[in-house]
Unconditional design. Sequence first.
Length: 236
Amino acid sequence: MAIKGIVFDNQTVTAKDHGRLFEKAFDDGVIAGCTLSIADNTLNIAAGYFICAGRLMKINSNEAIALSGSGYIRVKVVIDTAQTASTETFNQAVFVTENSDAIGNFPALVQNDVNGADTGTYEYAFCYLYYNEGWTVYRGIEKCLIHSDSIVINTQTTVSGWVANSSGAYYTAGYVYKKVVPVPGCTAAMTGDVIFNIASASTGYLAPTFDTGEDSITVYSKTNDTATIDRIEVHL
């Protein structure tokens, strides 16, 4: 028989079955807890729940990760379905750190279809850290959002060609330039975050908030200098 029941009486729900449903419904991200703190070159991730590749995971108690080097650190969750998973031992997901001299120079994440035919690896960037006389959180873990309610652009976006902004609250606050940035699918009802890279954000010229519109966002600045956006996320 071609049809196999999954969520039916006397049927078995496998990890892949469950993961396939969740990956189609939810973005990777935190559900509850998982707050980040840094002390003595150690990243502490508090107890909580998160989803990665549709797989629900729990941090039972504080996860302490040693930090070293300089520049940037990416802390990623690596799922490897070839590793051991039993009632006593779970090695199929671990935290891994990697260093880079620039936020854009990390290697591409490996994201195989671990809920389909692939038995392999899926990597998720849990957070990014930056060293400046001590480690700080550059980008924390994202909230788990329903797919249809969120739009995420992870590729870098160069912002140039600013135009004059001559009215409104941003103008009153000194942000006399603005730029419309395309974000397909965005609506005026959405909100979210725009993360500029360290060099751009450290100038202090860029507004910490932005406006949303149809298929775009509008960012504001006190100067018309070129800026770089590392990440855009908008959601309902």
